[in-house]
Design a protein around this ligand. Sequence first.
Ligand code: IPE
Ligand code: IPE
Ligand code: MG
Length: 234
Amino acid sequence: MAIIMDGNGRWAVRQGLHRRQGHRHGFGRLPDIIAAGAGLGLSWLSFYCWSTENWNRPVAEQYCVLGLIRRFVREQLPTWQSAGIRFAWAGRRERIGPHLRAELSRAEEATAGNDGLTVCLCVDYGGRVELTNAVREIARESAAGRLDPETSLDEHIQAHLYRPDMPDVDLLIRTSGEQRTSNFLTWQTTYAEMLFPPVLWPDFTPQDLSEAIHTYAERDRRFGALPPIRSTPA
Ligand code: IPE
Ligand code: IPE
Ligand code: MG
């Protein structure tokens, strides 16, 4: 499952607050949602925290959000350890500052052996860049004669994603009512069910999460095939 946490700015403006307060409250929602996800038995929960396009925001907002991510990971690490939660980071390594990079890598290493829910923060993540990198690597391997391009290329693409172990997304939720994916998990969401609840992210509750899962459970997923034939009573 994956969540685009959108609407922090609008939430703040509606309360007469600064946008950074919206981001602060937005990150404040995460521990409850993660605990609820673990309680519901999810295996993988990804959150869109910072996109490759978010660098177009003012520098002050960049510092604010990236600082909140760093603090959040540092503060949550002991909780994740005791709950058996595994932490993963999906995103570009190069542009992120060294302190945040170190914090994210440290959390990944420290929780690598945990076997509960995987919480994946997508930080400096963009689906296009992820796929472009994968294709570049494959081209290099092919040119070096290490890869036959005629064999199962989809497995090679998967192997070069930021987190090759990330399963396909079954359910994608984007809060705030915007109906687009904004460059999120392009490869992984090809058959995802999508929900666009109007609630702004800082107001999103564990109740909203379980309602979304109930809605998902009622969806008819066909993957291009025909719906199962319902047996008629004799
Ligand atoms: C999502 O909230 C958080 C990030 C993109 C970092 P926004 O900041 O996009 O909130 P709105 O869309 O302006 O309300
Ligand atoms: C997507 O939200 C990125 C994150 C939630 C981190 P944006 O608010 O940045 O996306 P657009 O600009 O509305 O598409
Ligand atoms: Mg937004």
